[in-house]
Write a protein that binds this ligand. Sequence first.
Ligand SMILES: [Zn+2]
Length: 261
Amino acid sequence: MMLKNKNKCACNSIAFKKYYKHSQALDRIVEYVQCESCGMIIAPESTKYNLSRIYNADYFINVDYGWKGRAKILFTYIKYINIFICLKKMNICDFGAGNGYLSKMLIDNGFNVLAYEPFNQNNTYLEKSYYCDKPFDADIIFMVEVFEHFTNAFEDIGKILTDFHNPKLVIFTTRLTDNANEPIEDWFYLEPDAGHFTMWSKKSLTLLGEMNGYKFISLDDTFLHVFCRASDIEMCNNLKNLSIPTKFAVKIRGLVKGLFK
Ligand SMILES: [Zn+2]
């Protein structure tokens, strides 16, 4: 059903489709709207929700149980990117590092990583001295399965980039609405109980990048993406040419099924 919404998308379109999903944790129906033009999906009312009902002590055990598998896949990808762009020479921020599993693997392998995690974590893999709770000068920010959790995404991500003094690169993962199966209500990623309130498309990520001075490059057309500072033309070109080898990507896609709850 196509409905006209008086709210405008960031891309200026005013035509939206609406979807409804029940959230057990919030005990309510969540309304999602998808822009007809750029394909981005947001939940406009999510800024008012009490998200502590979702991100409770059980969240990382029973809801987001894919973090370990994801970290291992990411680690493989990061080692691959490092062959072409020397990430080991850069200061890396693992944004939303959680229990620090990925940060620990990277640090053990010679990467310079500080874990940014504003929420207290118990049972971490990482020593406390590697954690920070304030933004710092980072060359690169990693944001693993963070982008879909924002409730006011354009503003919040713009602020993060400013707070971290516009890093050279943002390496992030999120699934794309371009690849969502139909009907979209059944798409596993459209899941309020996982805290997913912003689902991105290539078009909307390109726009977000442009608004903040970055080029958007999807490395595998599936879930691994990069924002590269647009002024660094050489790095942008390097990344555009760095397509993940097909065989490698297919193997990874096989592994990632079920890891993105
Ligand atoms: Zn739009």
